[in-house]
Design a protein around this ligand. Structure first.
Ligand code: AMP
Length: 186
């Protein structure tokens, strides 16, 4: 089972992907987390990524793809994987299609979480992550609208998109996510 989570910053995609990963016992691949880990480890790749993350911009595709490929080849991804925050651009989605096709793997489902923008900002400011400040949040929304939203049409055209209302408690949203997965995969 391979599932992509798409959603604006603060939509809860990390929380929902983690819950789904625990529920089904499949790997959770968060590019944001991997980039933060790379930065904390002080690697060259992490340092290159940090300047973009801290400015609320998208990290260039070559850096993101390098971390994804390493992880996809890992044994824990063989049985399935939840992609959280990746792909975030149409070129990344095309690169993922290619990576999966080369390995004889398919994408089963794309979940797009929908939450009104005024609620997102509140959620982000209460989270308090290093890149959760007013200026960065504004930039991240802008890049999301311009670069990530076109992915919705890309996947809709493939018939694997499910748009889910991301409002409510994490448990309420998780019930909707689980239903979408069950109806797509069974
Ligand atoms: P996230 O943890 O998904 O909110 O991601 C935090 C930050 O990491 C984003 O604001 C981007 O700067 C960077 N990032 C994460 N995933 C990607 C991606 N697929 N493409 C480009 N930048 C990314």
């Amino acid at each position: 089972m391979r599932i992509v989570f798409i959603g604006p910053p603060g939509s809860g995609k990390g929380t929902q992907a983690q819950r789904l990963s625990d529920h089904f016992g499949i790997a959770h691949l968060s590019t944001g987390e991997m980039l933060r880990d790379a930065q904390a480890a002080g690697s060259e790749l992490g340092q290159r990524a940090a300047q973009y993350v801290d400015a609320g911009r998208l990290v260039p595709d070559d850096i993101v793809l390098a971390v994804v490929v390493q992880r996809l080849l890992g044994p824990d991804c063989a049985a399935g994987c939840l992609f959280d925050g990746f792909p975030r651009t149409v070129p990344q989605a095309k690169a993922l299609d290619k990576l999966l096709a080369e390995r004889g793997m398919a994408l089963d489902l794309v979940i797009a979480l929908e939450v009104p923008e005024n609620q997102l900002k509140q959620r982000l400011l209460s989270r308090g992550r290093r890149d959760d400040n007013e200026a960065t949040i504004k930039e991240r929304f802008r890049h999301h609208r311009k670069l990530t939203e076109p992915l919705i049409d890309y996947y809709r055209g493939r018939g694997i998109l499910r748009e889910i209302n991301g409002e409510g408690t994490p448990s309420e949203v998780f019930e909707r996510v689980k239903q979408a997965v069950q109806s797509a995969v069974v």
